[in-house]
Design a protein around this ligand. Structure first.
Ligand code: BES
Ligand code: ZN
Length: 653
């Protein structure tokens, strides 16, 4: 056995020891069953085209941040101390950076180390190559990078007090996935290179810092004048895209044992009520696929500019306030982010080409949680809504982009963020479940999470695991599953089956009566319907030869808007579905509602399609898009504005 291998094995043993228990204050008690030996075997690093790192030569094992948040300058500055191991004799480590000001690089005694920043790539950023004394076997070297972020760091959004609910204090949050962590932390930013981390974050004393980690100082510690320092540690190794930070006027409420919500004080009550069933969700998830291995599970409800619905930062899911609907109707998003605590955070896509392993498994798991907690009918409705989104995506995308395993050569991993990974991935797993039966499927999936916990997974690794542990040489079953077609062919294989929902079949009837037979909106049982039924009703579109760009008359649009009280609609998903209809019909009376929606939240899933449809409406929509975007853009996160810029262009200042 080579010496390098010994180093890896030694660190794997230390890792296993660290994983076997939860320590620290406020940890829920749990007896964590040990992981199987496979989970501590050495990792083989695969090539990740979205990182400059060369982990087979030297890799970051631990990141220790000491950063100060300066809200005036809109910078985080300080140091990242990295623990690096390397192959014996190796004299270089390469980190990922993008848009960082690197002040110095030194060893742990402060002696400067030679470093070089390479060419700047618009997607990947710049490699930071650091020269070190030759590594010896078993040796970890410490590197201290002193640096500062830029005000336009793509992972960070600095909010003014006016952009928060409280209106008094500024706010900061990070969004690392997919390859944005390198815009605030100089490290090896590849999902296959797991790192533990710790952090000291210094902020103005009126604010609180939270991270995707265990909080060691709930009230902070006095720092220099007017400042407080918060300390954190994450003892499970995580991919860098899961390192996350938020700073603001934050309050916390526990909603069950080991679970709670963080948000701005004025929103706490609403959030507490919305997510009162959080503990049941975690129990359901553990009941399905094994222990939750991260200690606490909390939610952070962010200000409305948060660019995603949710982000599965370990121990602390970040979520948009648009899911706080008042009636718990959009909590499947929480089930989704919670499910990532297994699919994604335990078993992690090795590269962004394998993104479906994170998201497809998660959508499948999310639906199982929803079924367990809210019943089969609700779960079926969610499946049908997802399946319909998938059909639209399949119709829109070039066939090559409808394969589960992606070729992202020369592309931003963001391009892989389509319903293919999510909904085709989930449909794939449902197909396997249907063919082998739920019990056998669940046994395999639970085992998959255990065998591969805290490890990167490739699509080939998935195939090997399912063949070894589920198919087990059964040639007839292998043929029936059509694994390779699902993974590498466009579209849907012949064994895919559309989900059905009794409730939504009834909605289809009402939709026919309204849209096709031109009945009155008053005949639509809108008030009796759940959010999912309403969404389905508004997502109805004409098909085949009857399809026309305008499927409603102005009188029908007015009838809908008035009878269903859509001007006062508070549910973001329902409102979004309505506004898509309104824009497609150039329905002027809805423009104020549209304008309000686009300027009061910045979730890309809502904002981007609406600007895109407006733009498609030429001389009607483009002036509206331009006017509204000029107003909305300063409030959007770089992730959202970056995407909308490509459609509408950057408004003149
Ligand atoms: N991990 C994703 C969000 C993400 C993916 C951010 C890729 C950046 C790059 C998260 O789990 C997610 O899928 N969020 C969805 C909600 C979900 C219910 C489908 C979202 O934000 O809309
Ligand atoms: Zn997800």
């Amino acid at each position: 056995m080579s010496r390098a291998r010994l180093v890896l094995m030694a660190s794997a043993v230390a890792l296993a020891a660290a994983l076997s228990g939860c320590e620290g204050l406020g940890e829920p008690k749990s007896d964590m069953p040990p992981l199987p030996a496979s989970a501590t075997a050495p990792v083989t690093y695969v090539r990740d085209i979205h990182s400059y790192a060369q982990p087979q030569i030297a890799r970051v094992k631990h990141v220790d941040l000491d950063l100060t948040a300066d809200f005036e300058a809109q910078t985080l500055s300080g140091t990242a101390r990295l623990d690096v191991t390397g192959e014996p004799g190796a004299t270089q480590v390469i980190l990922d950076t993008r848009n960082l000001d690197i002040r110095s690089v030194a060893d742990e005694d402060g002696r400067p180390l030679t470093f070089a920043l390479g060419e700047d790539d618009p997607i990947l950023g710049r490699p930071l190559t650091i020269t070190l004394p030759a590594f010896e076997a078993d040796e970890a070297q410490k590197i201290v990078v002193t640096y500062s972020t830029r005000p336009d760091a793509a992972a960070l959004q600095w909010l003014t007090p006016a952009q928060t609910a409280g209106g008094q204090q500024p706010f900061l949050f990070s969004q690392g996935q997919a390859i944005l962590t390198r815009t605030w932390v100089p490290t090896q930013d590849s999902p296959g290179i797991r790192q533990t981390y710790s952090a000291e974050i210094t902020v103005p004393e009126a604010l609180k810092a939270v991270m995707s980690a265990e909080m060691l100082t709930p009230d902070g510690e006095a720092a220099s004048e007017g400042q407080k320092t918060y300390r954190f540690r994450m003892t499970n190794p995580v991919p860098p895209y899961l390192i996350a930070l938020a700073v603001g006027d934050l309050a916390f409420a526990e909603v069950g044992e080991g679970v709670g919500v963080w948000t701005e004080p004025s929103r706490l009550q609403a959030a507490e009520n919305e997510f009162a069933e959080l503990r049941q969700m975690v129990d359901a998830a553990e009941g399905l696929y094994g222990p939750y291995r991260w200690g606490r599970y909390d939610l952070l409800i962010l200000p409305p500019s948060f660019p995603f619905g949710g982000m599965e930062n370990p121990r602390l899911t970040f979520a948009t306030p648009t899911i706080v609907a008042g009636d718990r109707s959009l909590v499947s998003l929480v089930a989704h982010e919670l499910a990532h605590s297994w699919s994604g955070n335990l078993v992690t896509n090795a590269t962004w080409a394998d993104f479906w392993l994170n998201e497809g498994f998660t959508v499948y798991f999310e639906n199982r949680i929803m079924e367990a907690v809210y019943g089969r009918e609700r779960a079926q409705m969610l499946q049908v809504l997802g399946w319909n989104d998938l059909q639209n995506t399949l119709a829109d995308l070039p066939p090559a982009d409808t394969r589960l395993r992606l070729d992202l050569t020369g592309r931003d991993p963001d391009d892989g963020l389509t319903d293919i990974a999510y909904e085709k991935g989930a449909a794939f797993l449902r197909t396997i479940e249907r063919i082998v039966g739920r019990e056998r499927f669940d046994t395999w999936l639970k085992g998959y999470f255990e065998r591969n916990a805290f490890r990167p997974m490739t699509t080939d690794g998935f195939l090997a695991d399912i063949r070894a542990n589920l198919i087990q040489g059964d040639a007839a079953l292998e043929q029936q599953l059509m694994l390779e077609q699902w993974i590498d062919q466009p579209g849907l294989p012949s064994n895919a089956q559309a989900p059905t929902s009794t409730a939504l079949a009834a909605v289809d009837q009402a939709a026919q009566a309204f849209y096709v037979a031109k009945g009155p909106a008053s005949a639509v049982p809108w008030r009796r319907w759940s959010t999912q039924e309403r969404q389905h009703f508004l997502a109805w579109r004409p098909t085949g030869a009857a399809a026309s760009r305008d499927w409603l008359t102005p009188a029908q649009l007015a009838d809908l808007e008035t009878t269903l009280a859509l001007k006062d609609e508070g549910n973001a998903e329902v409102l979004f579905a309505w506004l898509q209809i309104a824009v497609a019909h150039r329905y002027q009376p809805a423009v104020p509602t549209l304008e309000r929606f686009l300027t009061t939240q910045g979730r890309r899933k809502f904002v981007l399609p609406l600007f895109t449809s407006l733009w498609a409406e030429g001389d009607w929509g483009r002036p509206i898009a331009t006017r509204v975007y000029a107003q909305a853009r300063p409030g959007y996160h770089p992730v959202t504005s970056g995407s909308v810029d490509e459609v509408v262009g950057v408004p003149a200042a």
